[in-house]
Design a protein around this ligand. Structure first.
Ligand SMILES: NC(=O)C1=CN([C@@H]2O[C@H](COP(=O)(O)OP(=O)(O)OC[C@H]3O[C@@H](n4cnc5c(N)ncnc54)[C@H](OP(=O)(O)O)[C@@H]3O)[C@@H](O)[C@H]2O)C=CC1
Ligand SMILES: CC(=O)[C@@H](O)[C@H](O)COP(=O)(O)O
Ligand SMILES: [Mn+2]
Length: 383
């Protein structure tokens, strides 16, 4: 029987690459649901090709256009965030691929786990905001959460088959678009510059997070929850070539790494087919063409967001939810050219100082904490 997939965020970078894997392995997968935020044109084209049972457009104002575009197709068309949470729970879904961006991914992940669906998780904000809550729920319901994020997929691949616990996780980091810009020039950084990631073509939000190293801080938090590893045993290493996707050190000192060309199709395929791998006609990695792999410690003065994320993990509760909400507002403002690059981290710092802290949050507390962080961030940026 084919694996039936609900793909959330199908029009984005991870969504489109997930559809490549589905297209290349059509004997293994079928698509039950596709969702997008506003891009109804791309969603309609995808629905024509993959013939899902249902599609959801999160922004209701695009509902009529999408419905008209699919009028002659046997597909149910829904709108709104609640509909996303409902479609993932359908009996016709085996696996939910969460490729949404931001806080919007949290409740659909929770809905999927509650319905007992396997979750292939790209939406790292789910675990940044509510990692403790989500991983407990997944354990209770015995639902597997399979990482799509490249570093976490690499760590997962290194851990497969090991009976001894890991001693340390080493999360690699490209250094982002501003790796070679000196600290004293960061105030002048433009949106265009910050969007020029040296290795990966990704959505705009994660590309900016990558430049500030908020992404790496979030990945430390994500690793803490996915692998149950305390923060002090997770380290970050700058590796500009993005060939070593991350590493695991074991008790006897052995270090395992997963290497390969930077290409998200691999971790997506692994999450979908684990314990098997997707056969792909990808180009073979050549060590001869890539003879130099380099590593360095991150500059913690240049990238204060990294230590902020570690601090959020130490504080626990809603701290990382606050960091995430403030970051989402500040990144959107930077992309809209309504604030400068350095204002992103200043906004997070301010929100972490001002926000209410809840030590043992419920889902409602996360929602309140996210809303408060956004309000504080907007006031700080005067937008
Ligand atoms: N891209 C990558 O290579 C990697 C991404 N990730 C993580 O994967 C996730 C997705 O990233 P990426 O694919 O780059 O992001 P994109 O911005 O490219 O895509 C996001 C997708 O989510 C939809 N969406 C956006 N906002 C909402 C919302 N509020 N409600 C419902 N749907 C929404 C978008 O719809 P629309 O097109 O209509 O706007 C789009 O389909 C992120 O959490 C990111 O950190 C992790 C590792 C690598
Ligand atoms: C592809 C992927 O997993 C991204 O999260 C990637 O990690 C971004 O690269 P850096 O954050 O290391 O620049
Ligand atoms: Mn990553």
């Amino acid at each position: 029987m084919k694996q039936r997939i609900a793909l959330l965020g199908s029009t984005g970078s991870i969504g489109v690459q997930t559809l490549d894997i589905v297209r290349e392995n059509s004997e293994l997968f079928e698509i039950t649901t596709l969702t997008a935020h506003r891009n109804w044109e791309a969603l309609a084209r995808q629905a024509e090709e993959f013939a899902p049972d249902s599609v959801v457009i999160a922004d209701d104002s695009k509902y009529d256009a999408l419905r008209r575009a699919l009028a002659d197709r046997p597909v149910k068309v829904y709108a709104g965030a609640d509909a996303i949470r409902q479609v993932v729970q359908a009996d016709t879904v085996d696996t939910v691929v969460n490729a949404l961006v931001g806080y919007a991914g949290l409740l659909p992940t929770v809905a999927a786990i509650e319905a007992g669906k396997k979750v292939a998780l790209a939406n790292k904000e789910t675990l940044v905001v509510g990692g403790d809550y989500v991983m407990r729920l997944a354990a209770e319901r015995r639902v597997p959460i399979l990482p799509i994020d490249s570093e976490h997929s690499a760590i997962f691949q290194c851990l497969v088959g090991e009976a001894s616990p890991a001693r340390r996780l080493i999360v690699t980091c490209s250094g982002g678009a501003l790796r070679d810009v000196p600290r004293e020039r960061l105030a002048e950084v433009t949106v265009e510059q910050a969007l020029r990631h040296p290795q990966w073509r990704m959505g705009a939000k994660i590309t900016i997070d990558s430049a500030t190293l908020v992404n790496k801080g979030f990945e430390v938090i994500e690793a803490r929850w996915l692998f149950g590893m305390p923060a002090e045993r997770i380290s970050v290493l700058i590796h500009p070539q993005s060939v070593v996707h991350s590493m695991v050190e074991f008790e006897d000192g052995a270090i395992k790494a997963q290497l390969g060309t930077p290409d998200m199709h691999l971790p997506i395929g692994f999450a979908l087919l684990f314990p098997r791998r997707a056969a792909r006609a990808a180009e073979q990695f050549s060590f001869a063409d890539n003879p130099t792999l380099t590593f360095a410690e991150p500059d913690r003065q240049k990238y204060p967001a990294l230590d902020m994320a570690y601090d959020c993990l130490r504080r626990g509760g809603t701290a990382a939810c606050t960091m995430n909400g403030a970051n989402e507002v500040a990144v959107a403002a930077f992309l809209a050219k309504r604030c400068g690059y350095l204002d992103i981290v200043r906004t997070i710092e301010h929100a972490l100082e001002e926000a209410t802290f809840v030590a043992r949050p419920t889902l409602d507390d996360y929602a309140a904490s996210d809303a408060e962080a956004r309000r504080i961030a907007r006031e700080f940026l005067k937008i």
